[in-house]
Write a protein that binds this ligand. Structure first.
Ligand code: KG4
Ligand code: ZN
Length: 352
């Protein structure tokens, strides 16, 4: 079964055709990053306009004249003017092709990426612990079976990717922050490293109301980390002064370490709490080289395989949407035709 997947939840206009949920036949991603860079973050109006301009071209290059058996699109979570473009295009396309439409949750799509371009059977890795770590989310989920998600932990404020982006902005390193912090930290380690700055590790106290029933040991908070960086930079005379003294590498490596520690240790606690057969990780921040290393160690210590996506599937793409739709599809896609986008769609809601 060939499914066309369309993804426009944020700043990538993406479409892909995936066979039987894993074999990626085409994968086209138009990134708007250069358009948003001057603003240091995604501007919803600019994103929306760029999606409108590119969607037809991106979808037709993904289709390459192929017939597909279904269309799937991200209905949430994401920016509403961005989601609208892809989801409405998918509705129109499904109607004109006379094929079913499936609505896919963006975060669930990220969790499917380790299976793309593989022949692995997701069911064989269940129950699993899944971690979605991106610019908008840092969420740990139990997957009792494939396509079922129970949130067991999350960030109470900023997502890990957001924490990287905010640090880069503060240090005038450009947008998005994750890749540049990753690269500069790696260079600093490679050139011998040194003593790290002790930034807070994002631990959450028991009894905080934002936990909403989740275990404090399974949640993280990155807002204090960002404040701590700001204070450090001010104390040291500002970002320019730090750069002039060649200190930026040490600062970003230490900051990255605080995020990686928080995510890795929370993952280790989750794996220690219950027996699982795999650790699945998806999302833009899963590209981080230090995080990949640490999660490998965590998975090895827990005796479970770590399933990470290929780098080209870590950021937003249509293949993750088409791929997951195959595994989560219901007999009819009709209800997705009547569904609206949902900017704050919850993980684990029913597939329609
Ligand atoms: O999954 P994604 O493309 O979009 C969302 O759904 O949010 O993730 C984008 C995020 C950005 O915050 C970006 O800075 C971060 O992923 N990111 C990284 C790296 N590459 C991208 N963070 C840390 N290290 C990286 N190498
Ligand atoms: Zn994403």
């Amino acid at each position: 079964m060939d499914i066309l997947g369309i993804e426009t939840s944020c700043d990538e206009t993406a479409a892909a055709v995936v066979r039987d949920g894993r074999e990626v036949l085409s994968n086209v991603v138009y990134t708007q990053i250069p358009l948003h860079r001057p603003y240091g973050g995604v501007v919803p109006e600019i994103a929306s306009r760029a999606h409108v301009e590119k969607i037809t071209q991106v979808v037709s290059s993904a289709l390459e004249g192929r017939r597909v058996d279904a269309v799937a699109a991200t209905y949430g979570p994401g920016l509403s003017p961005a989601l609208l473009v892809g989801y409405n295009a998918a509705k129109g396309l499904a109607a004109s092709l006379g094929v079913p439409l499936f609505a896919v949750n963006h975060m669930e799509g990220h969790i499917h990426t380790p299976f793309l371009d593989t022949a692995l059977d997701p069911a064989e890795f269940m129950p699993a612990l899944a971690l979605a770590v991106s610019g908008g989310h840092t969420t740990w989920m139990d997957m009792p079976s494939y396509g079922k998600y129970i949130v067991v932990g999350q960030t109470l404020d900023d997502a890990a990717g957001e924490a990287f982006d905010k640090a880069a902005k503060l240090l005038a390193l450009g947008y998005p922050g994750g890749p540049v912090v990753d690269r500069m930290a790696a260079e600093w380690f490679k050139s011998g490293g040194g003593e790290m700055i002790a930034f807070p590790r994002g631990r959450v106290r028991e009894g905080v109301s934002a936990l909403a029933g989740l275990d404090a040991g399974m949640c993280v908070s990155f807002s204090g980390l960002k404040t701590s960086l700001l204070r450090y930079v001010q104390k040291e005379g500002g970002a320019e002064a730090l750069a002039a003294r060649g200190e930026i590498g040490r600062v970003v490596a230490s900051y990255q370490e605080a995020i990686v520690d928080a995510v890795a240790e929370t993952t280790a606690r989750a794996l220690a709490a219950r027996r699982r057969r795999a650790l699945l990780v998806g999302g833009g921040v899963s590209l981080n080289s230090r995080l990949r290393e640490r999660l490998k160690r965590v998975a090895d210590a827990a005796g479970v395989p770590l399933l990470l996506a290929k780098p080209k599937y870590c950021g937003d793409n249509g293949a993750m949407i088409a791929g997951l739709a195959y595994f989560r599809r219901t007999a009819e896609g009709d209800s997705a035709m009547k569904l609206d986008i949902s900017p704050s769609a919850a993980i684990g809601a029913n597939m329609v």
